[in-house]
Design a protein around this ligand. Structure first.
Ligand code: TRP
Length: 333
């Protein structure tokens, strides 16, 4: 069976954009792949984190996975730091990664900002750790968003460099898993910015921890333009907020954008928002309720992570042993 690996950083509340853009697709992939979903806490600490908050977010993302329908028995859910082999492989891969490749990474440049000298080594090495995550399990497919494509490309390059160096065909080159209609969910306050966990305004996003009233309120307050709803997707071109809300509707209702436009063509936003809020609550309600239940039961969530880490480590340690043998690192005895 082909293997999927993907990861999410535990650095803030997951929101509707994460759900429609990633997690919902991950649920579907369980049908046709052997799936490993990782909460990448070691990537999170490449930027400063509050320890208590990091721990809490790790549990919360785990709960979001489970509540969204990722089946912890069928798939593997675990946090990265619980399987030390990720760091060991990252070191070995770092020794096969030219600096020139890392210097091209645009995310490092953005995150490091102007003061490059103060940027930490971990932030620079971030893409190598990501390559280790994927290659440790010899994953064949990796669902990632647009912003991670360059890192995935680098993982392929590193895998190729390793194979060539040792004259082996050990690592498969991981393919990006292109998801059906990519749902790009934008901020509810500004249709031209991505919905983001780092946006200062909580009204810009729907968190997976929001209750029904909050979801409805945020949709009611979402920015719109003064015109009635457009007839077709083409008419949305100069209307980012209309496009975003109709896109969210289409994704939640699982219909095409054109069908959503047709359904509401000429309607007032107030009426449309009411329908959208009802739909959002009906889809997200069961998820947020389950997350609430899981938040009250951290022992259960920790148990899922513990079992997941054991299963992940069984694969990881077997592969790491092979990799060490290829490199010539000795296992005495
Ligand atoms: N860098 C990814 C992100 O920020 C998270 C990530 C870490 C990841 N390791 C991964 C994604 C391996 C896919 C595969 O979104």
């Amino acid at each position: 069976m082909k293997r999927i690996f993907s990861g999410v950083q535990p650095t803030g509340n997951l929101h509707l954009g994460n759900y429609l853009g990633a997690i919902r697709n991950w649920v579907g992939l369980q049908e046709s792949f052997d799936c490993i979903y990782c909460i990448v806490d070691l990537h999170a600490i490449t930027q400063s984190q509050n320890p208590a908050h990091l721990r809490e977010q790790t549990r919360s993302v785990t709960a979001a996975f489970i509540a969204s329908g990722i089946d912890a028995e069928r798939s593997i859910i675990f946090n990265q730091s619980a399987v030390p082999a990720h760091c060991e492989l990252a070191w070995a891969l770092a020794c096969h990664t030219p600096l020139g490749w890392l210097n091209r990474m645009t995310q490092f440049k953005e995150k490091a900002g102007k003061d490059r000298e103060s940027a930490v080594l971990g932030l620079y090495a971030y893409p190598v750790l990501m390559a280790a995550d994927i290659l440790l399990y010899k994953a064949s497919h990796v669902p990632v968003g647009e912003d991670q494509k360059q890192h995935l490309e680098l993982s392929r390059d590193i895998a190729g460099a390793f194979n060539r160096t040792y004259g082996v065909d050990y690592f498969p080159l991981p393919e990006p898993q292109i998801l059906g209609v990519a749902t790009r969910v934008m901020s509810l306050r500004d249709g031209e910015r991505k919905m983001s966990k780092s946006d200062a305004s909580d009204y810009s996003r729907i968190n997976l921890t929001d209750d029904a009233d909050t979801i409805a309120l945020k949709i009611r307050k979402a920015r719109t333009d003064p015109n009635p709803l457009p007839d077709t997707p083409t008419d949305c071109q100069e209307r980012p907020e209309a496009l975003n809300l109709l896109g969210i509707y289409a994704a939640l209702a699982d219909v095409k954008l054109a069908d959503a436009c047709e359904r509401f063509s000429g309607a007032q936003f107030s009426a449309f928002k009411q329908t959208l809020a009802d739909l959002a609550v009906s889809v997200l309600g069961p998820i947020t309720a389950e997350m609430k239940r899981l938040a009250a039961d951290p022992g259960y969530v920790d148990g899922v992570l513990r079992t997941g880490a054991e299963r992940a480590a069984a694969i990881a340690n077997r592969n790491l042993r092979d990799i060490k043998n290829i490199i010539g690192l000795l296992h005495p005895g």
